[in-house]
Design a protein around this ligand. Structure first.
Ligand code: UDP
Length: 149
């Protein structure tokens, strides 16, 4: 089973969207294997967004992500990375379809509520930035035969 790293950003936390977001992934049939609530140190924000360090929006992105606590999660499932990206919607909420998290709950690109890994490689890299192997809880979900053929 593949894994994806998902982060409810400080605006999503402050707006009370943690439960709504977890609920959407649970109802889809994905399995939560790790979670933590914390304020991210600058170093981990830089690692997380290393491909954006030189972009003009990076200073604003860093102050946004460090403006309050975030909710970090690892979700597991077949094709979880593309599935979660579809549920999250386009990076710019102005282009995110209704029914997606960003389409339903966000307006500005710099306040787009949630992060989700964009490939299996970035998922592995991002999970390793924020979680130790021991943080990932292995268990079998009893509904699995009802979700997977
Ligand atoms: N971002 C921004 N302005 C931009 C582009 C990106 O503030 O012009 C922020 C936004 O929060 C986005 C994050 O930087 O979610 C990472 O950008 P990326 O292109 O990797 O999008 P994502 O993978 O989050 O959809």
């Amino acid at each position: 089973m593949e894994r994806s790293f998902v982060m409810v950003k400080p605006d999503g936390v402050q707006r009370g969207l943690i439960g709504e977001i977890i609920s959407r992934f649970e109802k889809k049939g994905l399995k939560l294997v790790a979670a933590r609530f914390e304020s991210l140190p600058d170093g981990r924000v830089q690692e997380q967004y290393r491909e954006h360090l030189e972009k003009p929006f990076f200073p604003g992105l860093k102050s946004y992500i460090t403006s309050g606590p975030v909710f970090l999660m690892v979700w597991e499932g077949k094709n979880v990375v593309p599935i979660v990206r579809l549920l999250v919607g386009a990076t710019n909420p102005a282009e995110a379809l209704p029914g997606t998290i960003r389409g339903d709950f966000a307006i500005d690109i710099g306040r787009n509520v949630i992060h989700a890994s964009d490939s299996n490689e970035s998922a592995a890299r991002e999970i390793a930035i924020h979680f130790k192997n021991d943080d990932l809880v292995g268990y079998s979900a009893i509904a699995e035969p009802m979700i997977y053929e």
